[in-house]
Design a protein around this ligand. Structure first.
Ligand code: HEC
Length: 191
């Protein structure tokens, strides 16, 4: 048990270090795709090391991997930017266990170029609108009939500025045009 704890702490410390390095690398404006690939590789090495450090771990009774609680789901939903940023190197996984959180990472914004509604939806809005989290209308269902009835201008406005539990821009740092693309995608999938 102690060894397991130590391994976990080691792994978290290593991840922090990796994440700092990766952030610095990112600031040096490395191409995003290479970035992600590198970071993933490092994470795998880290996990392997952590496991190697604790050879007795296998003998201990397997602990149940915690499922994403509604609270965690909400956190993920509220901070999509943060999660997307740490996702490539923020995973703690052990052999034979499923990784805790899987996130669709959005391609980085290109100056003056809006990303397409489908990618934006999947990376940001899906967290709530796929499953109907915290009362969000579910995509592709009749939940949207009355919403669409409000008119596109109202939906754009509410998606950009927020509406009750719907966070402004889905809580993400995206442009007006990108929010509108995501709304268009939802409407198209739900009409
Ligand atoms: C944190 C969860 C969450 C995320 C992330 C989220 N939404 Fe929502 N959204 C909601 C909830 C909850 C509502 C229902 C609010 C209400 O009607 O009280 C809603 C409602 C809406 C509506 C309908 C507004 C209306 O006037 O009826 C639109 C449009 C919308 N969301 C678009 C988006 C788009 C586009 C994204 C991604 C950029 C997004 N949402 C991300 C939770 C979320």
């Amino acid at each position: 048990m102690m060894t397991m704890k130590k391994a976990v702490m080691f792994s978290v410390a290593a991840l922090l270090a990796v994440s700092t390095m990766a952030t610095q690398a990112q600031e040096a404006a490395a191409p995003a795709e290479t970035q992600t690939a590198d970071a993933t590789e490092v994470t795998e090495v880290t996990t392997a090391e952590a496991t190697a450090e604790a050879p007795t771990q296998a003998a201990a009774p397997a602990e149940e991997a915690p499922k994403e609680s509604p609270q965690v789901q909400k956190l993920v939903a509220m901070y999509p930017n943060l999660i997307a940023r740490i996702a490539p190197y923020g995973k703690v996984c052990f052999d034979g266990e499923e990784c805790d959180i899987n996130i669709t990472v959005l391609a980085p914004a290109v100056e003056g170029q809006a990303r397409d509604g489908e990618s934006l939806y999947k990376a940001i809005c899906a967290t709530c609108h796929d499953a109907g989290l915290i009362g969000a209308p579910k995509i592709g269902t009749s939940d949207w009939a009355s919403r669409i009835g409000k008119g596109t201008a109202t939906l754009y406005n509410h998606a950009i500025n927020g509406f009750n539990a719907m966070p402004a821009r889905g809580g993400a740092d995206i442009s007006d045009e990108e929010v509108q693309n995501a709304v268009d995608y939802i409407i198209q999938q739900s009409s």
